[in-house]
Design a protein around this ligand. Structure first.
Ligand code: MTE
Ligand code: MO
Length: 311
């Protein structure tokens, strides 16, 4: 079994958020000298009332320091260190209200504030593997809500076969958007049945705290069986459609990045092998698992598709 219940997961496998908070506050104080404990701006607010769910993995979580300082977020720059380095001065605090526009094939389109979208929903902790297409991986204790529960409130029509998500465009907050590395806004999408799958998460936090900007504050997608680039950050748009959206990475490299982008050790990237991966913090390489280890839950979504070709 690839999934265990939370009761099976040893306490020592995940660093307690409280310990992390204290450690970070200590480090923050050390770095900033006389700054008062409450004044450190890079500290994320703790989230309360989380429930643990059975969607854990039997692996140690990647340290918070790595999860928040080794990032892909091209809106801040293309180096792994750019997001954490740029976010405090450029992105600052999350703008309030953070508005999300919902459009396309649904009965209830419109604009909704992030706070209203999440209000009253039970936040869950989900400990998921994240496998980047670049052949590194992490294990991240996300906090969020199942995407399907959120999408239902907009009442997708029978024509809605796909759903796309867009990242905020704001070159003032995202210095990377002053250049043309990617076609902005960053857009990613899912087939509607993938979006409704219980594993698919709208994440608002990690390690028990609100997301920091480098991880896609205030709200981002997490699709654990797909390469990391599908998990779009800092979402301001949700669009339902009958035909597949044109996604950022398909536009950037149509021969290298497919729409489905399911983690698949049998299909190499044109420029490197996808058979193995390096877990951040480890030296050995691990074998990459089909669907990133979630085949039991999701392979059924793709019955009839040829898994030996890239798609
Ligand atoms: N808007 C946006 N979303 C994005 C990216 C990006 O560059 N821009 N990078 C993606 C990639 S390639 C990965 S691996 C994950 C990394 O998420 P993390 O930094 O929170 O671990 O975010 C994804 N979401
Ligand atoms: Mo990635």
């Amino acid at each position: 079994m690839l999934v265990r219940t939370v009761a099976d997961i040893r306490e020592s496998e995940v660093t307690e958020p409280g310990i992390w908070r204290d450690r970070r506050r200590f480090l923050a104080l050390g770095a900033a000298g006389a700054v008062a404990a409450g004044a450190w701006p890079a500290l994320a607010a703790p989230l309360s009332g989380l429930v643990k769910t059975p969607y854990g993995v039997d692996e140690a979580a990647t340290p918070l320091k790595d999860v928040t300082h080794y990032n892909n977020f091209y809106e801040f720059g293309t180096d792994k260190s750019d997001p954490a380095q740029m976010a405090p001065s450029y992105f600052g605090a999350v703008p309030k209200p953070w508005m999300i526009t919902v459009s396309g094939e649904c009965a209830k389109p419109g604009e909704i504030a992030y706070d209203d979208l999440i209000k009253g929903r039970q936040l869950e902790e989900r400990i998921y593997r994240l496998r980047c297409v670049e052949a590194w991986s992490m294990v991240i204790p996300w906090v969020g809500v199942p995407l399907g529960d959120v999408l239902k409130r907009f009442d997708p029509t029978s024509k809605a076969k796909y759903v796309a998500f867009t990242t905020l465009v704001d070159p003032g907050r995202f210095p990377g958007q002053r250049g043309g590395v990617l076609d902005w806004p960053y857009i990613e999408g899912l087939r509607l049945d993938e979006a409704m799958h219980p594993l698919t998460l709208l994440a608002v936090g990690l390690y028990g705290e609100e997301l920091l900007p480098q991880n896609g504050a205030p709200i981002r997608l997490v699709v654990p069986w797909k390469y990391g680039f599908k998990s779009v950050k800092s979402i301001v748009g949700i669009h339902f459609s009958e035909t597949p959206p044109r996604t950022t990475w398909m536009k950037a490299g149509p021969r290298e990045y497919g729409f489905y982008a399911n983690v698949n050790p049998l299909v190499d990237h044109p420029r490197w092998s996808q058979a193995s991966e390096r877990r951040i913090g480890e030296f050995r390489r691990r074998a990459t698992l089909a669907f990133n280890g979630y085949a039991d839950q999701v392979a059924g979504l793709y019955s009839g598709m040829d898994l030996t070709v890239n798609f």
